[in-house]
Design a binder for this molecule. Structure first.
Ligand SMILES: Cc1cc2nc3c(=O)[nH]c(=O)nc-3n(C[C@H](O)[C@H](O)[C@H](O)COP(=O)(O)OP(=O)(O)OC[C@H]3O[C@@H](n4cnc5c(N)ncnc54)[C@H](O)[C@@H]3O)c2cc1C
Length: 279
């Protein structure tokens, strides 16, 4: 049982980990990749490192944390569960980890899907949370959009409840399944339905009848975890108070995932503050 698990090793996550470790907390950082910094060619507006590249800054940050003895593991997180009886969190990555608190530092969502009919049918058969909504699709036919570990995790929540699941990869490489899930790789053109989603129309004009569609694109971010845990979210940003605390006790958020100024300095500041309060 860790004191805190930080999801994300960008400026926000690493900053939070430095403060947490130096305060004597048992901290674990889980990250998938260099996040937004992967896209940053040159940074000229952050203190003391003019001209540094995003890659370089990410490496320096991780090394600083590792040199301090912080446990950092490169593992994608697919789910966070809360045990209401015993008040602890379980984080599902390659392995399962437990902690008394969580700091979400996953950056902004990179998962956008622009398909005709999507917005109109959200909540009318189009869902973003298998664990929350699987029950409504007992013995029904559903589709799931995605092609990564997160999509597989969502399928596992659906498989035992629904009649059939088809995985739509939107042109992405199908993930390894045990062969028990039908996979369609062609792209979706639109969702159709009056009161609720009824058909998926593909770019080649073929159709597939479904009762529900679950979106699990790319990597799960703070919003995906937040929706499942019931956190307050507005305009795709996790709502926090001045102490970086979300609407759920024990969960903090910092950096780009809380919105506002999307800059390294703000991510570092919020990371430092999130740690102080979870102590
Ligand atoms: C092109 C571009 C140029 C920019 N230039 C500047 C600049 O010059 N100056 C400046 O101050 N800012 C700049 N920014 C913004 C800056 O990069 C971000 O504000 C900053 O990186 C946010 O830090 P963060 O820690 O919140 O998120 P990120 O840096 O995005 O880090 C997110 C972390 O979360 C991890 N993660 C996400 N999901 C999961 C998951 N499911 N499981 C495990 N790990 C996960 C990622 O792997 C990553 O480690 C730029 C951004 C872009 C896109």
């Amino acid at each position: 049982m860790r004191d805190t698990i930080i999801i994300g090793a960008g400026p926000a996550g690493i900053s939070a980990s430095l403060y947490a470790k130096r305060a004597g907390l048992d901290v674990l950082v889980l990250y998938k990749d260099d996040g937004t910094l992967e896209k940053v060619h040159k940074i000229d507006n952050y203190y003391a490192v003019p001209g540094v590249s995003g890659d370089e800054l990410a490496k320096i940050g991780r090394k600083q944390a590792e040199d301090l003895g912080i446990d950092i593991k490169k593992e994608e997180v697919v789910e966070i569960e809360y045990d209401y009886e015993n008040n602890f969190f379980t984080v599902k990555a390659d392995k399962r980890y437990q902690a008394k608190s969580i700091i979400l530092a996953t950056g902004t969502s990179r998962n956008t899907l622009r398909i005709q009919g999507l917005k109109e049918l959200e909540g009318k058969g189009i869902s973003y949370c298998a664990v929350c909504d699987a029950f409504f699709y007992r013995n029904k036919d559903v589709a799931i959009i995605g092609s990564g570990k997160y999509a597989i995790n969502e399928i596992n929540h659906l498989k035992n409840v629904v009649k059939s699941v088809v995985l739509l990869t939107e042109g992405g490489t199908p993930p390894e399944t045990r062969g028990d899930v039908e996979v369609i790789t062609k792209k979706v053109a639109k969702f159709e339905g009056k009161e609720k989603v009824e058909d998926i129309v593909f770019e080649d004009n073929s159709k597939r009848k479904v009762d529900g569609v679950f979106i699990a694109l790319g990597t799960a971010g703070a919003n995906d975890f937040g929706k499942k845990l019931g956190l307050n979210i507005k305009n795709n940003n996790i709502i926090i108070n001045e102490n970086m605390q979300t609407s759920m006790k024990g969960i903090f958020a910092c950096g780009d995932c809380t919105g506002g100024l999307l800059q390294i300095s703000k991510a570092v500041y919020e990371g430092a503050k999130a740690r102080i309060i979870c102590n």
